[in-house]
Write a protein that binds this ligand. Structure first.
Ligand SMILES: Cc1ncc(COP(=O)(O)O)c(C=O)c1O
Length: 406
């Protein structure tokens, strides 16, 4: 009998007794809240300590989602009206939504054949109003952080790394999240390490961390049980604390993350090796194959018609999640209807209508990034489940090979 195909949820395939024990420990202690309680709450704090060590950064702040982490980062960085934020054409609706939610204006940048920010286009998109660059390590693999940082540093613009889809990834030996001013992660179900929900921010900038800490909770800090504003860190609180239950699961998953990533990366390498030389089939260029988390395989075909047909055949063959990148709903700028239609945050029309944003009038419909559009049209994304057997890897390769055959 054929083995059951593992789910696409990388971290969830690795949930086990350790997570059970941690969750029960929280429940038995009655300490569900991270800052105080009947027992000693320790898990969220321990997650932050482990994160500092794992990512090689000075500060880490756990929050309740990756979207929350993005919004908090932008608020802590002081983004607002009159600011432009450059993001890649391949991202997630939350990345662009965070920009809009602080009343700033998103600017969409082309991706190159690595499906991440094209540094040449990034340079062209910088204006005097550019106040942040968000590098998104999409679909498991790293951006070229050397090229992105060179443009950012050349203009003195901070960089936020959105690592939600590439937790545990690296670029040239350094962990993703540790290159920019701030890095964000997600522990949502479909991520390399999961707690169902949850997020994390990392930074080496201690003053920024104070602002992040204030923004994620009450707008100020609790110091020795008394609410106090640290210098330069009085904000409005976002109510985005992580619960101890979430911290319990996330801290176990962070320990498992290297094994999860190693498993996916090895499976992906074997599948690619089996597919090598298939006529008409190419692969996404990897900026650093060693730093890829292996969570996704992106295939490139010769043209759009072939990609449409092959994606359908892959699904018919059993790869239910195979999708042409152009159809990958809220991951592609022109599929985000709220962006294309410039949906405002309030009836006042902000951020689009604000006088501070008058010079930042951009079109977000298909065609705004023609090179990316052409690439998305002829490529297919397939996820690599985190517990494939070698027989299943061979089956995946067979399905893909026959789907792209003429
Ligand atoms: C690139 C990217 N950024 C941010 C997020 C938001 O994370 P969350 O779902 O935890 O809010 C996601 C989640 O899918 C994502 O893929």
């Amino acid at each position: 009998m054929e083995e059951k195909w593992p789910t696409d949820f990388p971290g969830a395939n690795w949930l086990g007794d350790e997570e059970d024990r941690a969750v029960l420990d929280v429940l038995h202690n009655g300490s569900l809240f991270r800052y105080y309680g009947p027992g000693e709450p320790t898990y969220v704090q321990a997650l932050e300590a482990a994160a500092r060590e794992f990512y090689g950064v000075k500060c880490a702040q756990a929050v309740n989602s990756g979207t929350g982490a993005l919004i908090i980062a932008l608020r802590a960085l002081g983004l607002g009206p009159g600011c432009e934020v450059i993001i890649p054409a391949f991202m997630w609706v939350a990345t662009v939504g965070a920009v809009v939610q602080v009343n700033a204006i998103p600017v969409i940048c082309e991706v190159d054949d690595s499906f991440s920010m094209d540094a040449r286009d990034l340079e062209k998109k910088v204006t005097p109003r550019t106040k942040l660059i968000i590098a998104v390590h999409m679909a498991g693999a790293p951006c070229d952080m050397e090229a992105v940082m060179a443009v950012a540093d050349g203009h003195g613009i901070p960089v936020l790394e959105d690592c939600a889809q590439a937790n545990g990834g690296r670029f040239r030996g350094k962990k993703l999240g540790a290159f920019g001013t701030v890095g964000i992660f997600s522990f949502q179900l479909n991520k390399n390490a999961t707690a169902g929900e949850g997020g994390l921010l990392v930074t080496d900038d201690e003053a920024l961390h104070d602002r992040i800490n204030a923004a994620h909770d009450l707008g100020i800090h609790w110091i020795d049980g008394v609410p106090k504003a640290l210098p330069g860190a009085m904000l409005w609180g976002g109510g985005r604390r992580m619960s101890e239950l979430c911290g319990a699961v996330a801290s176990v998953q962070l320990k498992k993350l290297p094994s999860i990533v190693e498993h996916m990366r090895a499976s992906k390498a074997r599948i690619k090796a089996m597919l090598a030389g298939t006529p008409g089939l190419g692969f996404r260029r990897l900026n650093d194959p060693e730093g890829d988390t292996g969570a996704f395989l992106i295939l490139t075909l010769e043209d759009e018609a072939r990609a449409v047909a092959a994606a359908e055949r892959m699904r018919d063959g059993g790869l239910d999640g195979a999708i042409r990148v152009a159809d990958y709903h809220l991951h592609i700028y022109f599929n985000v209807a709220a962006l294309v239609n410039k949906v405002p945050l309030s009836p006042a029309g902000n951020p689009w209508s604000l006088p501070e944003n008058a010079e930042s009038a951009y079109d977000y419909s298909k065609g705004a990034c023609p090179a990316s559009d052409a690439l998305f049209a002829r490529s297919i994304l397939v996820s690599i489940p985190s517990r494939l057997t070698e027989a299943q890897e061979r089956r995946m390769a067979d399905i893909i090979r026959s789907a792209v055959a003429p």
